[in-house]
Design a protein around this ligand. Structure first.
Ligand SMILES: Nc1ncnc2c1ncn2[C@@H]1O[C@H](COP(=O)(O)OP(=O)(O)OP(=O)(O)O)[C@@H](O)[C@H]1O
Length: 318
């Protein structure tokens, strides 16, 4: 088993609302985050990501289960590991009229980190040039990167970011992604929660997908995609004889009867579940329907996510 930065077992949390209603936020979560690299913690809105992160950081008490950070049981031994962990769970407060650099210098003084480290973390988050500008002039993306810079001051080995790209424009999202990738490449462990899958797919080495507070799948992005058993092929049928739409309908009937899932999109059929693409060609040819194009479509994390969470009536949100 690889060294783990985080491990939870059978973790549970139920909230009680003021009206006495019980909300089960996390119900038996087994999470394993390997040391080094970026780990995407994925799930639809309300699936329990924030609650899990808050429990790990000792901000919310778990009802049951165990949690370990770098082999230390938390929250009991959180003081022993807290120096190795940096987290952004909500927007930190900075002084708007001070520069980014000044804000970080004050923080460095407060946590006993040499001020020399401030220049380094500004560089690491690509804020070097803007460090002397006032915080209030920063874009949302720069503010978020300053928050990351602040967590880097004490050189944590594990960084935990809860939905760090929320509210950012595409350029801001790209900058955060690059920053995370850089941190992972340095050998740090980055746990990043998100419901925006396309982004995480580009940056994560490993992922855990949760739904209703439970683990649905985990592993490298390739394993999770591969393990979904999806082989989708995009098929065009182009016989000179007959109406193309009628041929697509006939093909849909034949393939569906063979247990495959078929979705029509424009002039194409997307066929899921074939063990081998040639199966599709063969079944259609037997009924005198001839395939003019057959393109294997790589499953992406998003479609796997939607498939996994759809089973639970969760649906993915973007
Ligand atoms: N303080 C609270 N009191 C009551 N219910 C809560 C509280 N915090 C969260 N919940 C509920 O617990 C469930 C899990 O919420 P949580 O915020 O952990 O999910 P999430 O995956 O982080 O969602 P999001 O992506 O929307 O942030 C939701 O149903 C939410 O409404």
């Amino acid at each position: 088993m690889p060294d783990l930065a985080i491990r939870t077992q059978a973790l549970r949390k139920t909230y009680r609302t003021r009206r006495g209603r019980r909300v089960v936020a996390v119900q038996g979560l087994d999470l394993e985050v390997p040391v080094g690299g970026v780990h995407g913690f994925l799930g639809p809105n309300g699936s329990g990501k924030t609650t899990s992160i808050r429990m790990l950081l000792g901000l919310v008490r778990a009802d049951a289960g165990t949690m370990m950070v770098f082999d230390q049981v938390v929250p009991e031994h959180l003081p022993d590991v807290v120096g190795r962990v940096g987290a952004i769970v909500e927007s930190p407060k900075f002084f708007p009229t001070f520069s980014g650099r000044k804000n970080l210098e004050l923080l460095a003084d407060a946590i006993g980190t040499p001020r020399g480290r401030v220049g380094e973390v500004l560089e690491e988050t690509s804020l070097g040039e803007r460090g002397k500008d006032k915080f209030k002039t920063y874009s949302l993306g720069m503010k978020q990167r300053l928050a990351i810079a602040a967590t880097l001051l004490k050189e944590p080995e594990l960084l935990i970011f809860d939905e760090p790209t929320n509210g950012l424009d595409p350029a801001g999202i790209r900058e955060i992604r690059e920053t995370m990738r850089g941190l992972g490449e340095q050998g740090r462990t980055v746990l990043v929660s998100s419901h925006i899958l396309a982004e995480v797919e580009q940056v994560a080495d490993t992922v855990s997908i949760i739904g209703h507070g439970r683990l649905l799948a985990s592993g490298t992005v390739a394993e999770v995609i591969g393990g979904s058993g999806r082989t989708t092929v995009k098929v065009a049928i182009d016989s000179p004889l007959g109406d193309p739409a009628a041929q697509r309908e006939a093909a849909t009937r034949i393939l569906t009867a063979a247990g495959l899932t078929v979705r029509a999109e424009g002039n194409y059929l997307f066929v899921d579940g074939a063990e081998h693409p040639a199966d599709v060609t063969r079944r259609l040819a037997q009924q005198e329907l001839y395939v003019s194009e057959l393109i294997p479509v790589r499953a992406d994390l998003e479609s796997v996510f939607l498939e996994l969470t759809a089973d639970q009536g969760l649906g993915g949100t973007r």
